[in-house]
Design a binder for this molecule. Sequence first.
Ligand SMILES: Cc1cc2nc3c(=O)[nH]c(=O)nc-3n(C[C@H](O)[C@H](O)[C@H](O)COP(=O)(O)OP(=O)(O)OC[C@H]3O[C@@H](n4cnc5c(N)ncnc54)[C@H](O)[C@@H]3O)c2cc1C
Ligand SMILES: *[C@@H]1O[C@H](CO)[C@@H](O)[C@H](O)[C@H]1NC(C)=O
Ligand SMILES: *[C@@H]1O[C@H](CO)[C@@H](O)[C@H](O)[C@H]1NC(C)=O
Ligand SMILES: *[C@@H]1O[C@H](CO)[C@@H](O)[C@H](O)[C@H]1NC(C)=O
Ligand SMILES: *[C@@H]1O[C@H](CO)[C@@H](O)[C@H](O)[C@H]1NC(C)=O
Ligand SMILES: *[C@@H]1O[C@H](CO)[C@@H](O)[C@H](O)[C@H]1NC(C)=O
Ligand SMILES: *[C@@H]1O[C@H](CO)[C@@H](O)[C@H](O)[C@H]1NC(C)=O
Ligand SMILES: *[C@@H]1O[C@H](CO)[C@@H](O)[C@H](O)[C@H]1NC(C)=O
Length: 539
Amino acid sequence: MEIPGSGMVALTLFLFLSVSVCFSASNSTKESFLQCFYSHSPPSNTTSDVIFSQNSSQYLSILQSSIRNLRFLNASKPQYLVTPDSEAHIQAAVICSKEHGLHVRVRSGGHDYEGLSYISDVPFIIIDLFQMRSISLDIKNEYAWVGGGATLGELYYSIAGSSNLHGFPAGSCPTVGVGGHISGGGFGTIFRKYGLAADNVIDAQIVDVNGNILDRKSMGEDLFWAIRGGGAQSFGVIFSWKVKLVRVPPTVTVFSIGKTLEQGATKLLHKWQTVADKLHQDFFIHVVMGVPSANSNGNKTVRVSFDCLFLGTAERLLSLLQQEDGFPELGVTRDNCTEMSWIQSVLYFAGFSITESSDVLLNRTMSSTQFSKAKSDYVKEPIPESGLEGLYKMLVEEENSILILTPYGGSMSQISSSEIPFPHRSGNLYGIQYILDWAAAEETEKHLGWMRRLYKYMEPYVSKSPRAAYFNYRDLDLGRNNKRHTSYAQAAVWGLKYFNHNFKRLVRVKTSTDPDNFFWNEQSIPVSQSGSTKKGKKE
Ligand SMILES: Cc1cc2nc3c(=O)[nH]c(=O)nc-3n(C[C@H](O)[C@H](O)[C@H](O)COP(=O)(O)OP(=O)(O)OC[C@H]3O[C@@H](n4cnc5c(N)ncnc54)[C@H](O)[C@@H]3O)c2cc1C
Ligand SMILES: *[C@@H]1O[C@H](CO)[C@@H](O)[C@H](O)[C@H]1NC(C)=O
Ligand SMILES: *[C@@H]1O[C@H](CO)[C@@H](O)[C@H](O)[C@H]1NC(C)=O
Ligand SMILES: *[C@@H]1O[C@H](CO)[C@@H](O)[C@H](O)[C@H]1NC(C)=O
Ligand SMILES: *[C@@H]1O[C@H](CO)[C@@H](O)[C@H](O)[C@H]1NC(C)=O
Ligand SMILES: *[C@@H]1O[C@H](CO)[C@@H](O)[C@H](O)[C@H]1NC(C)=O
Ligand SMILES: *[C@@H]1O[C@H](CO)[C@@H](O)[C@H](O)[C@H]1NC(C)=O
Ligand SMILES: *[C@@H]1O[C@H](CO)[C@@H](O)[C@H](O)[C@H]1NC(C)=O
């Protein structure tokens, strides 16, 4: 696919896994890593290859298959790609990487905003879980086991195939992987009612730093707490989640109302800030702010779209919304509402037509891959109109800038802020995600500069001490670890933003489960230097 303006080919390659691989034996370290890997793997199997060296003809297509941000297309590459089809391959990869001094990155859907699942500046391997994506449902008992490399789309598709009364509360983008998403929190259109994806995890299977397989019972409640929102990459490799299915009504309703500034967007936006978190938890009305192309007289204007998912019929939606404590100013009518099934609402929020077959949710290829940068904030007090005016001025400077304002409240305010590591619960009106895409490599610095100015501009209007951020909207501008040895104080700079008071407990869990900091990345949980909580592991 051509990326407009760059003449570059987006690498959206389909993977064929049955071709055999040839390995070069020219480097003895590599050879012995391979020998180690094979000796720890199940008896070799000619129909399924699970390790690829840089010389393999499939290496590049597999590596690039889930790179979602062109900023990282040419970054340093792993010595090996391991694509396990059973947990034994994960165990082998962990044990042998440790033995051969190779670093490990784990990839599920590859959506990490800073590419941390597939790039590293020290010699490394990638464990890519895309072959481990089986999903088994037990509708009667309302749970599912989901492979660590499955996508949200695959999960939604399979639930809807078995029940029209069940769903799962997670993100809207179907290509996002459950590995990163659930372990970092995970919110979507029904989270005001059911909580985060991570709030609905009831068990998990993980390969730990010693190559052991643990489940909830054997890992214990501390580690089980940490991997539900604290980012699994600091603790091991999740190869399966057991999640609770939630009950959705047979009919849900959506609408989308868009207004430009000239059409009175500011007044509505101001009102939205005071009601969106207080509406009935069956409502989710998020705001998408963007800048359409210049209009006929050459002016650029900001467009604000109020997009709703309601867990119920149009009739009930209208009666709640039109009440005084609803949002009558939005002027929603029956004509604006479309009733549909939950799975159709998934298609709708993923940008597909609701008449399309839900098979499209199984497609792991994103419709376009560009250069991008994102940041996040939390808002506790409505932003005054003067603050919004300044924001519009900045937005019109960048044609592809988008802000998504996600309402909190509902169940999110009822769940304790230390229930899992994700701390952003009551007291938050909404979260903001800032996203910027561009198509030309040479513009990268300019756009990053704009994004940082926007973030600076927003400072007075958002949460303070710490200025909170959402871990799944990874942002290395917030700070990064020094290779493997990072002090608590250094990591706390970004750690408190993502996890607030839960950061300390994450450090304790990390210190007791991975005292040598084998599983690290630029924003992994650091090991406490005092090592006071070590549990009989070597120093
Ligand atoms: C287009 C797009 C839309 C998004 N929409 C939403 C949304 O609606 N709601 C929301 O909450 N977030 C959303 N996100 C953010 C998303 O939740 C995070 O980027 C998430 O971490 C992606 O998970 P992944 O498995 O696809 O990514 P990866 O890049 O594969 O992984 C992300 C991190 O998790 C680690 N990891 C992945 N799998 C495992 C595993 N099995 N075991 C241990 N560690 C693992 C990786 O090493 C990396 O550190 C979106 C992101 C994008 C790019
Ligand atoms: C790839 O193969 C070439 C020659 O066939 C060899 O020189 C090179 O070392 C190999 N590289 C790796 C990473 O194995
Ligand atoms: C083997 O590869 C590693 C990592 O690329 C390199 O540091 C080392 O020098 C290589 N050894 C030989 C004998 O080529
Ligand atoms: C061999 O490959 C088949 C098909 O991919 C798979 O079902 C089986 O588990 C594999 N066996 C081993 C020992 O890896
Ligand atoms: C990656 O490198 C190739 C070859 O050097 C170059 O043509 C291409 O523009 C680079 N792509 C990106 C996204 O930087
Ligand atoms: C909402 O419905 C009214 C008619 O009831 C219509 O005039 C208006 O264009 C609709 N708005 C949208 C965004 O569809
Ligand atoms: C649109 O542009 C014209 C001419 O440049 C200007 O006079 C007018 O005020 C602009 N309108 C808005 C709404 O900014
Ligand atoms: C998957 O999506 C991509 C991007 O939208 C598209 O180009 C491709 O044709 C789709 N593949 C299938 C099998 O539908």
